[in-house]
Ligand binder design. Sequence first.
Ligand SMILES: NC(=O)c1ccc[n+]([C@@H]2O[C@H](COP(=O)([O-])OP(=O)(O)OC[C@H]3O[C@@H](n4cnc5c(N)ncnc54)[C@H](O)[C@@H]3O)[C@@H](O)[C@H]2O)c1
Length: 216
Amino acid sequence: MTQQPKIPRATAKRLPIYFRYLTFLHDAGKERISSSELSEAIKFDAATIRRDFSYFGALGKRGYGYDVKALLDFFANVLDQDSLINVALIGAGNLGQALLNFNFHQSSNMRIAAAFDADEKRTGTILSGVPIYSMDELQEQISAQRINIAILTVPQGVAQEITDQLVETGVKGILNFTPVRVTVPTGVRVQNVDLTNELQTLVYFIENYGSITTGL
Ligand SMILES: NC(=O)c1ccc[n+]([C@@H]2O[C@H](COP(=O)([O-])OP(=O)(O)OC[C@H]3O[C@@H](n4cnc5c(N)ncnc54)[C@H](O)[C@@H]3O)[C@@H](O)[C@H]2O)c1
């Protein structure tokens, strides 16, 4: 991966949204867009968009707006859209299988390339086109397939133990669906996904502010 400028986490989370919308504009033949038009379409305020874009240097021109193709190329590079990213999934149970079935079909550059499970009834099979390996094969497969990112969908009781094993293999990012706040050494990043939390946040905003958009 290319070395990227250091950007705030909130900005980083908005990048895929910019990218998707710019792809849509480009496919529709639009050549330029202003930050206010972008703001209208993706519901982030224009100042946020200008500030986000400013982290990458002055990309817009006053009175002209942003060149859609140039922005798209820029974000494709930042998001590393050109290279295929192989992801591992650990724990091919209920949630794991749902994710295997989904397997990022809308994204052309990301896929779950290997899944791992402790249950012998699952290992050696192929689910939604993805082979299920035993945990003994973790290191070998992660190295061979140059996997840097793992999705964690194991029972909470083994979440930390599996995290430690993943760190040992050299994985740099973990998308953690378990309720455990796993600890990792510096240099490894964990992103927690909690549907209950997300729903509670939504309920909070609706109860307190009606239906206004919360951004990210
Ligand atoms: N974040 C969310 O919103 C959300 C939603 C649902 C479930 N979860 C969490 O996701 C996790 C999985 O839930 P589920 O319903 O799919 O459970 P599940 O029991 O159906 O699946 C767990 C899988 O992990 C495997 N496993 C168990 N121990 C293992 C080990 N040591 N190494 C490798 N694999 C092992 C099991 O064989 C099984 O296939 C749980 O921690 C659950 O709390 C999170």
